[in-house]
Ligand binder design. Structure first.
Ligand SMILES: NC(=O)C1=CN([C@@H]2O[C@H](COP(=O)(O)OP(=O)(O)OC[C@H]3O[C@@H](n4cnc5c(N)ncnc54)[C@H](O)[C@@H]3O)[C@@H](O)[C@H]2O)C=CC1
Ligand SMILES: O=C([O-])CC(=O)C(=O)O
Length: 312
């Protein structure tokens, strides 16, 4: 009899999709099905087989298949959506909205048909609006449609702080609220090194510079790569969310969640602190914000709404 493991499908076998699939398998979180369009089926199968052939060397047990047939995704526990266009230098994430919204509609229809009980995690940009699109198309309850931005944005912030203070990244915690764009709101007041508020360890101008670099972190990589966007840190970020759900960890993780009054906003998907567990988003944690923080969040919400307006 075949071994019964959890099943995770990753839609899109490009840079982020392939890296995510490999990390999920390496961590033995589940068997993985990677799906791309029929024109890309052969390279998708090739990537999956190549990953599988790494399993004896790295010592992981997980099956990995590549396909363009959604029947292979039947009854997935989690489906990660990475399908769609990535930006190139000179583009903003929002320039991808129309193309990627159409792709979201197509893939969501297939996901719902084949895995009606799954939890969906969206990576595709502009991710706040794409998560909303998937939510609407799927008809799933809000706790089972989640977007990824906060783990990545926080990871960038933590990396830059650790470099600046010459400390381990493990001891740095950060906190980013809002949309995944240049108006995101890194919350210094809730950021620490080994439990010590960062404001006690760093000059304000250095912290401000790190906040600015974090906001533009995606663009920094886009400009360096020249022909696509980040994928190692984005994939690692998705996998942290996947792990929290598949292992029912109830971790506090920043994620893009559907708001119904939290932080004063309704009917919008936005990055907020959440509790991620077996049921997907189990709670949204609301924090008191200062007037300046609330203003910055409002600006970020306005940017997300502008993108959503293109779709309505
Ligand atoms: N939310 C976030 O933090 C991040 C979001 N992203 C976004 O993730 C998306 C993917 O990025 P990459 O993997 O680097 O792009 P990529 O171009 O390497 O891969 C995208 C893949 O999607 C496939 N695809 C297109 N239409 C499809 C469909 N209908 N069904 C299945 N597959 C389809 C393409 O054939 C391609 O293989 C982009 O929109 C990018 O902006 C990337 C990094 C971070
Ligand atoms: O910048 C991009 O286009 C990809 C992305 O969202 C990121 O790396 O934060």
């Amino acid at each position: 009899m075949a071994i019964q493991r959890k099943k995770i499908s990753v839609i899109g076998s490009g840079f982020t999709g392939a890296t995510t699939a490999f990390l999920i398998a390496q961590k033995e979180l589940a068997d993985v099905v990677i799906v791309d369009i029929p024109q890309n089926e052969s390279p998708t199968k090739g990537k999956a087989l190549d990953m599988l052939e790494a399993s004896p060397v790295l010592g992981f047990d997980a099956n990995i298949v590549g396909t363009s047939n959604y029947e292979d995704t039947e009854n997935s526990d989690i489906v990660v959506i990475t399908a769609g266009m990535a930006r190139k230098p000179g583009m903003s994430r929002d320039d991808l909205v129309t193309t990627n919204a159409n792709i979201m509609k197509k893939v969501t229809e297939e996901i719902v048909k084949h895995s009606p009980q799954c939890t969906i995690i969206v990576l595709t940009n502009p991710v706040d609006a794409m998560t909303y699109t998937v939510f609407k198309e799927s008809g799933f309850p809000k706790h089972r449609v989640i977007g990824q931005s906060g783990v990545l944005d926080t990871a960038r912030f933590r990396t830059f702080v650790a470099q600046e203070l010459n400390l381990s990244v493990k001891d740095i915690t950060g906190f980013v609220l809002g949309g995944h764009g240049d108006d995101m709101v890194p919350l210094i007041r809730y950021s620490y090194a080994g439990g010590i508020p960062l404001e006690k360890l760093m000059a304000k101008d250095r912290l401000d510079a790190i906040v600015e670099r974090t906001r533009k972190g995606g663009g920094e990589i886009v400009n360096l790569l020249g022909n696509g966007s980040a994928y190692y840190a984005p994939a690692a970020s998705i996998v942290e969310m996947v792990e929290a759900i598949i292992k029912d960890q109830r971790r506090i993780i920043p994620a893009i969640a559907y708001l119904e009054g939290e932080y004063g906003f309704t009917g919008i998907y936005l990055g907020v602190p959440t509790v991620l567990g077996g049921n997907g988003i189990e709670e949204i944690i609301e924090l008191d914000l200062t007037e300046d923080e609330q203003k910055a969040l409002q600006k970020s919400v306005d940017s997300v709404k502008n993108v959503m307006d293109v779709l309505s």
